[in-house]
Design a protein around this ligand. Structure first.
Ligand code: UN1
Length: 506
């Protein structure tokens, strides 16, 4: 049965939306989790009120007092246990993502794998939170940097990666010595409850209740987190519009943010591209997760010599896509998250037609229960005359543009306000190097012969301009979760000043 998974993950009937290891009796509004495949109710969760949030912050702040003094490699052991518990529950967690967010099973499992991977990464990192030692200009002085935990951090996540984005932040935050206040999307509370149950067991076994905490709530809880001086860092994933407000609120109190906002990702296909790679990569990028990743491919800039062939092959590939129950074998396209998303899909297609676009395939919602739409390719006029393509519509709609040259394609890639992910398909070294150079793509992610989505956790993830500038996950992203301290130690027996300043007293 589809719903057995709720029982196995110990969340059937669980209604509390706040947890610090123990569940609070929350009294906020009832948030209904709806299966986007069937429209059936999966469960109801009582949102946290501000009073509940205050309890959670107080308990997590108390936990921080001792957690920050647990040596980082021992904090890493807790994250290793978390990763192992996620491995044990991978299948059920993946199925729950399919149930609540509508991802196909393989992508649900991939998301859980992404959590496991970041836990492994963080365990290694727990022995490598290194600061540099540098040279003092003064004799017999030593200068170095060290990194300390920040405190309670807010992690606000979106429905489309209802678990993995929490894990990117929480696994790093935990080894860095922070404690986590997670506000998941109100659309996907059950995935959060299931992860929290697993984290609860790990925390209990490792005597660190209060490190991983949950606050299911609406915008009021989000604003409270943004305003709260007790929360030095807010990591926010969501729309550019809301991200702008979060940035302003947190900046007003001089707090820190990590922002992962909208993307509007393009792939350039040069005349010399290998279409056997380009076609499946573009199709996964545009249709995978029903076009609801921030890394989803939305725009194609095809060089004139390849455009017709590429479009023909894409349309042929789209015709083979099986739409249906995301848990069924062979399905490649599940539902959109909500009826509003279906309306936004239809509106975008109408607008595209009005602006001179031609629908080559798809373009309609699917007549069955749930939030299903057809994967859609639109042949577009010049991008400057096609404002619908400047916007991010969270749906499987792909706009195909023709361009003459690489310069034109790069300019078009960069012309939008967002700057998350980008890619080029070419066999030519000059084209790929130009795309990756300072006059190339302006995005945080730039790939060659790989699509725009499906990044590995080892790289820093994030983007520029309206995407918000934040970096999460791999590389040195951990530095955002700690505070840097510059220390100079004088072992000279004298008190010289820097810059040769003389200040003789006595
Ligand atoms: C997101 O869509 O918010 O690169 C995150 C990817 C995934 C993460 C996407 N690893 O597509």
């Amino acid at each position: 049965m589809r719903r057995d998974v709720l029982a196995r993950l110990e969340i059937e009937g669980l209604q509390s939306g706040a947890c610090t290891g123990d569940w609070l009796a929350t009294k906020g509004e009832a948030l209904v989790s709806v299966d986007p495949t069937t429209g059936e109710v999966l469960g109801t969760v009582r949102a946290a009120t501000i009073a509940d949030a205050e309890v959670v912050l107080a308990r997590s702040s108390a936990a921080f007092e001792s957690w920050r003094m647990r040596p980082a490699p021992l904090r890493g052991e807790v994250v290793r246990a978390l990763g192992n518990a996620l491995r044990d529950h991978k299948d059920d967690l993946g199925a729950l993502i399919s149930l609540e967010a509508g991802k196909i099973k393989s992508e649900g499992l991939g998301e859980v794998q992404e959590m496991i991977d970041i836990c492994d990464f963080a365990v290694g990192l727990s022995r490598q939170l290194c600061g540099i030692t540098t040279h003092s200009e003064r004799p017999r002085h030593r200068m170095f940097e060290q990194w300390h935990p920040l405190g309670p951090i807010a992690i606000v996540t979106a429905f489309n990666f209802p678990m993995a984005v929490w894990a990117w932040n929480a696994a790093l935050g935990a080894v860095c010595g922070d404690v986590m206040l997670w506000k998941p999307s109100p659309r996907t509370p059950l995935t959060a409850l299931a992860v929290q149950q697993i984290a609860n067991r790990v925390m209990r076994e490792h005597d660190c209740l209060g490190v991983f905490n949950l606050l299911v709530g609406d915008a009021d809880v989000g604003s409270w987190l943004g305003d709260n001086r007790g929360i030095p860092l807010v990591s926010f994933t969501g729309s550019t519009a809301v991200g702008r407000k979060v940035a302003a609120t947190v900046a007003a109190r001089l707090g820190r943010t990590i922002l992962e906002l909208g993307g509007n990702n393009a792939i350039i296909v040069m005349d010399d591209a290998d279409l056997d790679m380009a076609v499946p990569s573009i199709t996964f990028g545009a249709v995978g997760t029903a076009g609801q990743r921030c890394t989803s491919t939305r725009r194609i800039f095809a060089q004139r010599g390849v455009a017709a062939k590429l479009t023909e092959r894409l349309v042929a590939a789209y015709r083979t896509i099986t739409i249906g129950d995301p848990l069924a074998e062979g399905t490649l396209l599940g539902p959109l998250i909500s009826q509003q998303a279906v309306v936004a899909y239809e509106a975008a297609i109408e607008t595209a037609k009005g602006q001179g676009g031609t629908v080559l395939c798809g373009g309609k919602k699917v007549d069955r229960p749930g939030n299903f739409v057809e994967p859609t390719i639109v042949k577009a006029p010049a991008q400057a005359d096609f404002p619908i393509a400047w916007e991010e519509t969270f749906a499987p709609i792909l706009y195909v543009f023709e361009v003459d040259s690489l310069d034109e394609a790069i300019a078009a890639n960069n012309a939008v306000t967002q700057g998350l992910s980008s890619a080029i398909f070419t066999e030519g070294m000059r084209a790929s190097e130009q795309f990756l150079s300072a006059i190339g793509s302006d995005c945080g992610i730039a790939n060659v012969n790989i699509g725009t989505s499906g990044a590995e956790i080892g790289g820093a993830f994030g983007g520029e301009k309206d995407t918000g500038g934040g970096r999460e996950s791999g590389s040195d992203s951990w530095k955002a979760y700690m505070r840097r301290q510059t220390c100079t130690v004088n072992w000279s027996g004298r008190a010289p000043l820097a810059q040769g300043v003389k200040f003789d007293v006595g």
